[in-house]
Design a protein around this ligand. Structure first.
Ligand SMILES: [Cu+2]
Length: 133
């Protein structure tokens, strides 16, 4: 678990993948009195974007967003089917029990460096990863 000021990262994980792209998930809690927002995510192993999932005509699509608000006295969950970190152009395969270094930067200036475990997607509920291609 990593924390900076009022921000705490809970149960982060990255989906195992052979190549190309994958996604990362976590809960971010904010015990402070003011809203904050995740504005940048980076990793040595890929380009990282912040994505949200929107449903149009009953089809789920993902798109990059500039920031993800973490409300004061609240929390935001990045989860399959919702907001997530998108890892694009993986430089190496990710296997269960590997770890991924992730740096998160927030609007407040807070920076969190995480070492995140890789988990097998088969252990998680099924979900289509449709990026529209
Ligand atoms: Cu995505």
């Amino acid at each position: 678990m990593a924390a900076a000021g009022p921000l705490t990262i809970v149960e982060p994980w990255v989906r195992a993948a052979d190549a190309e792209m994958t996604a990362g998930y976590m809960m971010i809690t904010n015990s402070g009195e003011t809203d904050d927002a995740l504005v940048t995510a980076s990793s040595p192993i890929a380009t990282v974007e912040i994505h949200e999932t929107i449903v149009e005509n009953e089809i789920a699509r993902m798109r990059p967003i500039d920031s993800l608000v973490i409300p004061a006295q609240g929390m935001t969950e990045l989860k399959p089917g919702g907001a997530h970190l998108m890892f694009i152009g993986l430089t190496e395969p990710l296997n269960p029990d590997d770890t991924v270094e992730i740096t998160l930067t927030f609007e407040s200036g807070a920076v969190l460096k995480l070492t995140v475990p890789v988990r097998d997607a088969g252990m998680m509920p099924a979900m289509d990863m449709d990026h529209g291609g």
